[in-house]
Structures are given as C-alpha cells and as structure tokens.
Ligand binder design. Structure first.
Ligand code: ADP
Ligand code: MG
Length: 473
C-alpha cells in the first residue's frame, strides 16, 4: 500500500512520505479505538474519522515532502552541471526555500572560486609561455606533464605525452633527473650535449617542486640553449685573432726593415731612402686597419643610437667622389652620376651614410679595369627588396647602384664579400691594398638603417653594388 501511495503522489519510492503519514495518524487511531471501546463512537464513524485524519495528514505533509525531493534533485543538478547556468529553484515552502537560498549562495561562491582558479591557471600558463627558454614539468615517474610554448616549439607539441628520457637521452642529464625524482637532491645544474637536437649544448636547471605544487608535477626543468652564446664568443675570439694576425704581418715587415737599417744598411744613404719608402706602405696599411677596426667598434657601440639627420644623398656622393678624384684619375677612371630629379631626403646618420658611399665607391675605383667608367645611379624605389634573415623597412626607399667594369665575381666569392677580413684571392695576388673590412662596415651601417645591400656581377656588365636606404615620411 505504501508503494502505491508514493507512486500515486509522484514521490520517490525511497522517500519516507507514506510512513510519516501513517505514523502521524497512530495517536488519532488509538484515540478512536479508545472512544469506540468506551462506546462513545460506533466502529464505523471511528473508522471514517480515522480515514479523514489520514487524508488530512497526507495533504499537509505532501508539499514539504515534494519540495524536499525537488530540492534534492536541484542539488544534484548543481553538482553535476558543468555549465554554471542552472536556473535557481523557487519553492513555496518557506523553510525549504531558505535551505535552497543557502545552497544557492554556496553554489555562487563555488562558481566565483572556480572562475578565479581557472583564470589563475590560464594566466600562469600564459606567463610561462612568455618565457623565452623552454620549461618542462615532470611527474614522479619521469613523464612530462607540462611545458611552456618555448618547450613545445623546441621539442614538438607532443612532448607533453612523452617521457623525459625519450626526449633527452644524455647520461649525465638522465642521472640528474633520477637524483631529483628519487629525492636525493633538491636542485641540479649541468651542461650537456643533446644529440637529439643538432648536438646543441644545453644548460639545464632541474628543481624539485614543493609538495603543494599544482597538478602531478614534482620537478621542473629549465633549459637554456647556450650554443648561440658559445658561437658569439667564438666569433669574437676569431675576430681578435684575425685582427692581430692582420696587424702582425705589416709590423714584422717594418721590424725587419728597422733591423736592416740598424745593421747592414746603416751607412748606405741610398738604401736607407729606399727602405723608408717601402716601410711607408705597411705603416699606411696598419693605420687604415686600425681606422677600420675603430669604425667597427664605434658601430657596435652605436647600435641603438637614434637616426635623425636629414641627408641629401646626392650631396654626400658628390663629396665622396670629390675626395676620391685623384685616386680615380691615377687609374684613368671616369665617374658618372645619374640621378633622378627631386630625390627625397634620407633619415639617418650623416657620417655613417658618408662612410658607406666612401667604402663602396673606393672599392669600385680599386677593383675596376683601368681606363673604364664607373656609374653611380640614384633613384627612388617603392620597396626595399627583402634580404635573408634581415629586417628591412617597408615603403619608399632610395637606391644607389654603383657599377664598375671588371671580371665577373663567381657565386662563392659573391656570398662572402661582406664577411669581416674576407678578400678575394685574385685581388690579394694583384697586391691591391685593403683590409677586408670596408664592405662589412658598409653592410652593418646599412642594416642599422633598416636598408639592404645587394651585389650583382656579370661578365658583360661588371659588378654592381646596390644600396637601399629607407625614406621616412
Ligand atoms: N667593386 C668590386 N669589384 C670586385 N671585387 C670587389 C669589389 N668590391 C669589393 N670587392 C671584393 O670584396 C673584398 C672585400 O671588400 P672590402 O670589405 O671593401 O675590403 P678591401 O677593399 O679592404 O679589400 C675585396 O677585397 C674584393 O676582393
Ligand atoms: Mg674596400
């Protein structure tokens, strides 16, 4: 009868509704039994009254039981619902509604707390992603449980599902990880070579995480690729070695002559005169080398200088040609300028732009055929051609093409002309003087101005160096 009653009322089987109705009716039943026994009531009227009381109890208990059940369902829906948009419950029983309100306020608190935690997690990940060096998180078994953007870029997006010893297998690294995971050490630092990643030399910093750290991670690894720094160091020491070597050669020539002048040629006035003349050349070479080295170091120091001179490029080129006139005349070379009318001004460093033009036109005179013509053509171009691995300014630019007649330069040489100290063998053999620094200085200045330098060489038309410098509006 209980089950029928419950399902009839739309109330769950396991609710105590019917039991409560019957228990609450027991005192009345006893009262009616007593009254019947004392003959105050007939058994029939007593039974009818009892049934009325049961129905009355049923109706008075029904709303509260029903709403409690609704409330229970509502709480379950809050707990299971992933989205936070559950409609708040409205109940007619005051006590049940108060309970619902209390639950709602817990629910709202929980939503804000979850939001804050979620935002915190996202911002933590975003902060890690902005770090330039790779960072990996490990669990107690050596599985990678997380990695920042730099790590995913270096090791691949699937790195998070791999084991650390499958990513880097170098022994000293794996041993250091082992020590941390086994709790034998709190922090390890080491440099190792990674055959998996082009043999790069990597500095690793491994730290055990405090027990309360988020997720399953127990250790964090930061990696620094030190190959680049090492190669910069090598470049610097190569540069010093090259510069010293270049200075030593002329210096030994000069010392040699000094020895001769002090000994065998001591009293030979004619030889003395000749030797002093010969010594002029290495001395000049040394001073131009030192001049170029100083230019390079000045350039390196002015990397972040603000470029603000308004430069009339034609004027600069006129000055340079004027200064090199005698040199050109000695080789019977004529220099022709072709300029587009109304050229815009260049924003840059006047002295540096002067130096580019000086170095390039000086080369053209030195390496041109004797008795030939050099042309310098200046015009505007809509865009600077892009270069490999360099950032050029966008928009209008001025191009200066310096052409001289001479043998075609092959591809291998062409690619190396702007390297520091690089000189083509044929020019060394021809005993044309030079430091091998002029083009690298020019290139460095051009890059500093966000321009570009291109070289072209053909058998028929000789060699053309084209300088692009941006025009800022
Ligand atoms: N206009 C040119 N024609 C042919 N070769 C050139 C020209 N300009 C430069 N080179 C080659 O590039 C090398 C490097 O030039 P640069 O850096 O100016 O050094 P330098 O002129 O002191 O030798 C030169 O030694 C030469 O071999
Ligand atoms: Mg030169």
């Amino acid at each position: 009868m209980q089950h029928h009653l419950k399902s009839l009322m739309g109330i769950d089987r396991n609710s105590q509704f019917a039991t409560r109705v019957i228990i609450l009716s027991i005192p009345s039943a006893l009262l009616f039994i007593g009254l019947t026994m004392l003959n105050f009531l007939t058994p029939l009227t007593s039974f009818i009254c009892y049934i009325i009381i049961i129905i009355f109890n049923m109706f008075s208990l029904f709303p509260i039981s029903y709403e409690l059940q609704a409330l229970r369902k509502y709480i379950y829906s809050l707990a299971s619902e992933q989205n936070t948009a559950v409609d708040e419950i409205k109940l007619s029983e005051k006590d049940a509604q108060l309970l619902a309100d209390a639950i709602n306020s817990i629910h709202r608190f929980w939503i804000t707390k979850t939001d804050t935690l979620q935002a915190q997690t996202i911002s933590d990940a975003a902060v890690l992603d902005t770090l330039p060096d790779p960072i990996l998180m490990l669990d107690g078994e050596g599985n990678i449980t997380g990695g920042n953007l730099a790590a995913r870029n270096l090791l691949g997006a699937d790195v998070i599902s791999r084991r650390i010893d499958a990513v880097f297998s170098t022994n000293i690294f794996i041993n250091a990880i082992d020590k941390i995971l086994k709790g034998k050490s709190e922090s390890e630092r080491l440099v190792f070579q990674a055959p998996e990643y082009h043999n790069r030399r990597i500095y690793a910093h491994i730290n055990k995480l405090p027990w309360f750290s988020k997720g399953r991670a127990v250790a964090v690894i930061s990696l620094y690729d030190i190959s680049k720094a090492l190669s910069v160091e090598k470049m610097q020491s190569d540069f010093v070695a090259n510069a010293s070597h270049e200075l030593r050669t002329p210096l030994s020539v000069i010392s040699g002559f000094i020895d001769t002048l002090q000994t065998s040629a001591k009293d030979d006035a004619q030889a003395r005169e000749a030797f002093l003349n010969i010594m002029r050349e290495p001395a000049d070479y040394m001073s131009s080398l030192i001049e170029d080295l100083l230019s390079l170091s000045r350039l390196e120091m002015s990397q972040d200088q603000v470029l603000k001179d308004k430069i009339d490029i034609t004027e600069v080129i006129d000055d340079v040609i004027q200064a090199l006139k005698i040199k050109a005349f000695n080789r019977s070379i004529n220099i022709k300028m072709i300029e587009q009318p109304r050229l815009p001004k260049i924003i840059g460093d006047n002295q540096q732009i002067h130096q580019i033009m000086q170095n390039i036109i000086d080369n053209a005179i030195k390496y041109a055929f004797e008795n030939s013509e050099i042309t310098v053509e200046i015009k505007t171009v809509p865009e600077i051609p892009a270069g490999k691995g360099i950032a050029v300014a966008s928009g209008k630019a001025v191009s200066i093409a310096v052409n001289n007649k001479g043998p075609k330069i092959d591809k291998e040489n062409l690619a190396r002309l702007t390297e520091k100290f690089y000189r083509m063998q044929i020019h060394k053999d021809m005993k044309i003087r030079g430091t091998g620094l002029g083009l690298s200085i020019a290139k460095q200045i051009i890059l500093h101005h966000h321009g570009n330098l291109t070289v072209n060489s053909t058998t028929h038309n000789g060699t053309t160096f084209t300088i692009y410098l941006p025009v800022k509006r």
